[in-house]
Every structure is written in C-alpha cells, then in structure tokens.
Design a protein around this ligand. Structure first.
Ligand code: NAD
Length: 445
C-alpha cells in the first residue's frame, strides 16, 4: 500500500518545476527566452470517427505537440493509451527537446498520442485509427517537419502504417524518413528495437565505472528490478542479463513476478507471448506493481508509465540506484526524497536517450537509402551514451566539489538545501544549448 500523495501530479506543473530547478544551474539565460523555451511551438488536436468491426462508429481524440524546432525537425513517439492527455503529451514533447539537445542530435522535441485502449481493439481497428490519425495530422508531420516513433502501446507495425499512409498522400518522394522505428524490411534500422534498452545498459555501466557506489563498479553481479516488460523493459532485461546482472523481478500491467535467484529471460518472453502477461510464470512469486518498486535490490528500473515513484512511496524504495528507462517515472517530490535518502537517480533524459539516438541513425540511413551493420550502430550508440554520461557527470561533480557554484545573478534562485541531482544538471546542459542556439540563429525577423 502506498501512502497518500502530498503533491500535484499535473504533468505541466511537474515539468515546470523540473525546468525551474535546472534553470538555476544555467549561467546565462536571457529572461525573455524562458517562456519561449517552456511552451510548445504548436499543439494539434484532432477528433475523428472510426468504423469498428461490429459496424458501430466510435470517436477518438489524438494529439501531436511540437515543442521546439531550433535544432531541427520535431522528433518523438506516439503513444496509444486510455490515459493520454494533451498536458501529458506536451510535457513529454518538451522532454524530447531537452533529450535531443543533450545527445547532440539535430532534432527538436515532439510527442503524440491517441486516447484509446489497444487491449480492446482488433488489429483492423488499430490500423484504421493509425491511418486516420496520420491523415488528420496532414503536413504537421514529415521527414523534415516532425518525425514520429513508437512509444507506449505502439510498435513497428504502427510505424509501418504511418509510413504507408504518409507515402500514399505524398507519392513520388523518398518518404521513409517520415517515421522511425519501422520494420527492418521497410527501412527500419538494425538495433532500433533494442536501442533504448541497450542505451539504459550503456549509461548505467558508465555511471557505475565512476565509483560513486562503492559496492559496484560494474553491472556484473548486480540485482535488478524492472517495472514494465514491454519493448524497453524486455530489451533492458536482456542487456543487463547478458552482462552478468541478475533480474530478480519484472512486471507488466497485470502485475509482477519475483524470484530471488533470478528470472530466466527466455521463460519470461515465452510465458508473456503465450499468456499476455508475465504473471503466473512457474516457480515465481506474484507481486503487485506497487510492491515491485519497494523490493530490496541494487538497481531499480522503472520502464513503464509516468509518476510511479512519488511522495507516497519514495521513502520505501530499497535500491542503491534508480535508473529511469520510462519517461517521467519519478515526481519532483520523490526526486527530493530519494536525494535526501542518498539514493542516486539517473534521469530519463539521459537513460532512455538510446531510442531517439538510433532513431536518428535510422533517419540518416533513410535519407541515402543506406543500411549500417548492427555492430556499427551499437558502437556509435555506446560512444554517444558514454559521452553524454561523462558530460553530465563532470558538470555535476564540479557543483558537488564547489568548483562551480550557482551564480547570484541567476534569474531563477535555488531553494535552501537544494542539492544538484543528475536530472537538474542534464536538463541545465540541454536547456542552455537550446537557448544559445536560439540566439545564435538570430531571432526572426
Ligand atoms: P510498451 O507498450 O512496449 O511497454 C509498456 C510496458 O508497461 C508493458 O509491459 C505494459 O504491460 C507495462 N505497463 C502498463 N501499465 C502498467 C502499470 N500500471 N504498471 C506496470 N507496468 C505497466 O512501451 P515501451 O515502448 O516499452 O515504453 C515504456 C516506457 O519507456 C514509456 O514511458 C516510454 O515513453 C518510454 N520510452 C520508450 C522508448 C522506445 O523506444 N519505445 C524510448 C524512450 C522512452
């Protein structure tokens, strides 16, 4: 049971809070730019009818938010989930702007979603929703405008339908770069499916090598708990197990399974494919999605929904390190509690950036109809993830040892007792880059 929440879970309020805390660490931030950086460039809301399999008609609502295009076209996933809201999509689009800037890829931030429950829809209904949504977005998406990718409850198949729809509407052009995360046969990239999970592994391994956690300098021998066993959760489990970790618990929307001696990845995948959930797998103990977060482990990896670690359960987290594979899994209040408890947290903006990085590789390959080998993709990915972790760690360390201090001239002030976390520092680097580039371009007209 979690305790009562004492915080505002509004996604816009939370992302504003994160922005404000990060902005304290930015040396020069022109005051007039703050609102430009905070608010999205464009919000598209569409309503459309779909003919269902039983000949009834249902209406659906979808969103695409383009937050910022200073570095290039918008980039960000499309999610299909009953709890999708415009505010959630907006806050995730903003996070994408910072993520792309942090990993130095020439994209801005965007995100999209359709309010629907994929578990209650047939494949035909999903295809019609995807095609109609894509048509409604019209030229708000495009290879040089805004490029979608998979996210919660969307996958390679969804991307293939988006590509096909866009291609039908724009014949005679190379439209492959309109969307990433496509099937390999349709111009998808080797390594994209596991990119986010591999990135989670590379960043964690790099972080452990810094010796901040004396118990572990490497993943080998660590005990891991993963909430969520979808695309990201399963690929993360694979990368960690391959490198000598023991995954003691995983979960999905139904619940979780636990075995203190370690779960078999092959059995998890086979059981989930047959039963639609990991719950019930032989020789495992069933646990809830709340309990899984409180298990004693070395590394806790939320890889499902937002707001999973909050003021009601942050004091019960029993890990040395939290690694955010999902987007926004930790609330600002929980961030503070974990920091006070000495639990390190690697934030989403670094941890799950492997997905958008290989999406960028896919986009580059599509421009020239090239195909890079898997080894090349993974080598490039690891190099980037290591470099991002190093950049953030070095800046963080400078603040911790006092080489860098928050300037008294900073427009936004720190509250008493605020300590820099990796999220503040990573966000501050990204926001600073976007702010600088905005001014370097020169403000139009
Ligand atoms: P997915 O749809 O493939 O998997 C989602 C998983 O979450 C499933 O296992 C589902 O059962 C589980 N889940 C759903 N409701 C749950 C609940 N209430 N409690 C626990 N688990 C629950 O989605 P995904 O692509 O793996 O995305 C997971 C997270 O990672 C999201 O936050 C997404 O934004 C983020 N992300 C994804 C990518 C990517 O490349 N797919 C990249 C960056 C970030």
């Amino acid at each position: 049971m979690t305790d009562k929440l004492s915080e505002n879970l509004d996604p816009i309020a939370m992302s504003e809070q994160q922005f404000t805390q990060a902005a304290c660490y930015i040396k020069e931030l022109k005051e007039g730019l703050i609102d430009f950086l905070k608010y999205p460039k464009r919000i598209t809301i569409v309503n459309f009818p779909i003919e269902m399999d039983d000949a009834s008609v249902q209406s659906f609502q979808g969103y695409r938010v383009l937050h910022n295009q200073v570095f290039g076209p918008g980039k960000g996933g499309i999610r299909f989930h009953p709890s999708v809201t415009m505010d959630e999509v907006t806050s995730l689009a903003k996070l994408m702007t910072w993520k792309c800037a942090l990993v130095n890829i020439p994209f801005g931030g965007a995100k999209g979603g359709v309010v629907c429950n994929t578990k209650e829809l047939s494949e035909g209904e999903l295809r019609r929703i995807t095609r109609r949504f894509t048509t409604e977005l019209a030229d708000n998406i495009g290879p040089h405008t805004d490029i979608p990718a998979p996210d919660l409850y969307t996958n390679e198949q969804t991307m293939a339908w988006i590509f096909d729809t866009y291609d039908m509407l724009h014949p005679g052009k190379n439209n492959r770069p309109v969307v990433t995360g496509k099937p390999i046969e349709m111009g998808g990239s080797y390594g994209r499916k596991n990119a986010t999970g591999n990135g989670v592994y590379y960043v964690t391994e790099r972080f452990l090598s810094k010796s901040l956690i004396p118990e572990y300098q490497s993943i080998a021998g660590t005990k891991i708990v993963i909430q969520g066993f979808g695309n990201v959760g399963a690929a993360t489990a694979e990368a960690f197990i391959r490198n000598g970790a023991t995954v003691i618990a995983v979960s999905d929307s139904v619940g979780g399974v636990y075995d203190e001696n370690g779960l078999s990845l092959e059995e998890l995948i086979a059981f989930k494919a047959e039963h639609g959930t990991v719950v019930g797998m032989h020789n495992t103990m069933t646990i809830t999605n709340e309990e899984i977060l409180e298990l004693e482990c070395d590394i806790l990896i939320p890889a499902a929904l937002s707001n999973q670690i909050h003021s009601g359960n942050a004091h019960k987290i029993n890990a040395l390190l939290v690694v955010e594979a999902a987007n926004n899994p930790t609330t600002p209040e929980a961030d503070k509690i974990l920091c006070e408890r000495g639990i390190y947290l690697l934030p989403d903006i670094i941890v799950n950036a492997g997905g958008v990085t290989v999406s960028y590789f896919e986009w580059v390959q599509n421009q020239d109809n090239q195909r890079w080998e898997l080894d090349e993709i993974n080598t490039r990915l690891q190099k980037r993830m290591n470099s991002v972790m190093d950049t953030v760690f070095d800046r963080w360390q400078r603040y911790v040892v006092g080489e860098d201090v928050v300037s008294d001239d900073s427009i936004i002030k720190l509250s008493d007792g605020d300590k820099p976390g990796f999220r503040n520092i990573a966000l501050s680097i990204a926001i600073e880059r976007v702010a600088k580039a905005t001014l370097m371009r020169g403000i139009w007209p």
